[in-house]
Design a protein around this ligand. Structure first.
Ligand SMILES: Cc1ncc(COP(=O)(O)O)c(C=O)c1O
Length: 493
């Protein structure tokens, strides 16, 4: 009988543990087997590893015999032990480690090269709330009671078959309500059948890249741009090429790389993060360019509901003469990010492929959330909430501007703020964005450095200041800290 096993078990069994003795014994013997402690020549004893007889082991460990029998039977049922008539319990040969140098060395585990590329560029965003976290809407003033009522009503009344798998591309009533909204408010040309309900804008981006581009084909992305889009396109195997953003938006003529893009990602309504609204001539030029090189355009219309100075320009999708624009919108900014509902509008000829791929890869968001959202839109709550938030965010942007203007940071150039939930504050090239951001974080203020949004070396410096999710007091407090830190940094330079 191998004596090491008695010592091994004796030193590890905990008499007063919540885990019963039979369970512990089972686990410990299983661990010893999996770790390869039973060798074909077990500690000098020839032959396959035989476990001590249950009576003997119970005696040595001061356990009831039934406890040992229970553990042996469980390990036998799991396939680690086998009993041989009249000879006792043995470790199944597949788990016996060959002694000495012939033992197989496990290959080290690691990420694929695609995985490595993704994690080396994708940083987990930090500073997701408070002043001045970018992209955060005002969650405290969301009509939670209305939303809860709609959710509970559907929770109570949903017929069971609706709680199974669904493959329609989204609840038909929600797709209808969204199509009406997108046509009227965003100038999108679509029918409800072209809409696919997804669990986040990035799923739409990744799905588009997976379905429309081959491994290694080129995607143009805005420089600077949305890091989430970079990650989605890269994860789908695309090579990213930076297209500079100027005063009119993404500039196709700025691209040096001579490879033809298969896909062009853009945020024309409100460029993220610079805040530029793409001009009409530039929209037409971009569409013409895409048509010439046979590229798809991926339009990310993430926060255009919040437009402050004039009527929004219609979506690029509505302007295109052909069906080359995939439109992606999200509820994260209009409602709240944790809802995880977004949508895409796909050209007629592609919707079947997108619906199938989406059903296979990701599946649809929960039925009850979709049903509640459909009511939220149809009963006017959505439009009312957008109207209220538009006024609130405009006022908050004003608070941020005037707080900065009356502080020692009054010289900071700010973006136009015609739309959206954030302003860009441009910093002089000498300023140390990262030091500023670290120092602010220690005081509870989020200053997202513009450098985070560049694929390459950033030719300008700045801070992305989200103002929508924080009240006037929080904005003023954040500005006071920003202004003080800016002075300190200047002092050190
Ligand atoms: C430019 C841009 N697009 C899309 C999204 C994300 O949307 P979702 O929450 O649907 O993934 C964000 C969120 O921050 C964003 O800034």
């Amino acid at each position: 009988m191998p004596t090491w096993i008695v010592d091994f078990l004796m030193t590890r069994l905990a008499r007063h543990s919540d885990e019963g003795l039979a369970k512990q014994l089972t686990r410990l013997i299983r661990e010893a087997i999996v770790a390869g402690r039973f060798t074909e020549v077990s500690h000098g004893e020839q032959g396959v590893a035989r476990l001590p007889a249950s009576r003997e082991l119970a005696r040595q460990l001061h356990l009831g015999r039934n406890t040992v029998i229970q553990a042996y039977e469980q390990l036998q049922a799991e396939g680690y032990l086998e009993t041989r008539q009249g000879a006792g319990s043995f470790v199944v040969p597949a788990f016996l480690r060959k002694p000495g140098p012939t033992a197989v060395r496990a290959q080290p585990l690691g990420l694929s090269s695609r995985g490595n590329a993704l994690v080396s560029t994708a940083t987990i965003p930090d500073g997701l709330s408070g002043a001045f976290a970018p992209g955060m809407p005002e969650i405290r003033q969301f009509p939670h009671h209305v939303w809860q009522n709609l959710l509970s009503r559907h929770q109570r009344s949903t017929p069971w078959p609706k709680l199974g798998y669904t493959v329609d591309g989204g609840l038909p009533a929600l797709r209808e309500a969204l199509a009406e909204y997108l046509v009227l408010s965003r100038g999108v040309r679509c029918t409800p059948e072209q809409i696919l309900i997804i669990s986040g804008a990035q799923i739409g981006m990744e799905l588009s890249a997976r379905l429309l581009a081959n491994q290694g084909e080129v995607a143009w992305v805005e420089e600077p741009g949305y890091a989430g889009a970079h990650a989605s396109l890269q994860a789908a195997g695309m090579d990213l090429v930076a297209a500079a953003v100027d005063d009119e938006g993404l500039n196709p003529d700025s691209v040096q790389d001579t490879r033809t893009p298969r896909l062009i990602y853009t945020t024309p309504s409100h460029q993220y993060p610079l805040g530029v609204v793409m001009s009409l001539p530039r929209r037409l030029a971009l569409l013409a360019h895409a048509a010439r090189c046979g590229a798809w355009i991926l339009e990310d219309d993430y926060d255009s509901e919040f437009r402050y100075s004039s009527q929004p320009l219609p979506a690029l999708q509505g302007l295109a003469q052909d069906e080359r624009v995939i439109y992606v919108g999200t509820m994260s900014k209009v409602m709240y990010p944790g809802l995880r509902i977004a949508y895409m509008v796909v050209p007629d000829g592609l919707i079947d492929a997108f619906r199938r791929a989406h059903a296979r890869l990701y599946r649809e968001p929960p039925y009850i959330t979709q049903a509640a959202l459909s009511d939220f839109l149809q009963q006017g709550h959505f439009a009312r909430h957008v109207r209220r938030m538009r006024e609130l965010y405009q006022a908050r942007q004003h608070t941020l501007r005037s707080a900065l203007a009356s502080s020692s940071a009054h010289w900071l150039p700010l973006s136009s703020g015609k739309a959206g939930l954030h302003l860009m504050a441009h910093l002089p090239m000498l300023a140390n964005e990262l030091a500023l951001s670290h120092a602010a974080a220690t005081q509870g203020v989020v200053l997202r450095p513009l450098a985070r949004n560049y694929l390459g070396q950033a030719p300008q410096k700045g801070l992305v200041l989200g103002y929508a999710g924080v009240n006037d007091h929080e904005i003023r407090h954040g500005v006071a800290i920003l202004a003080r830190l800016l002075q300190e940094v200047q002092h050190h330079d």
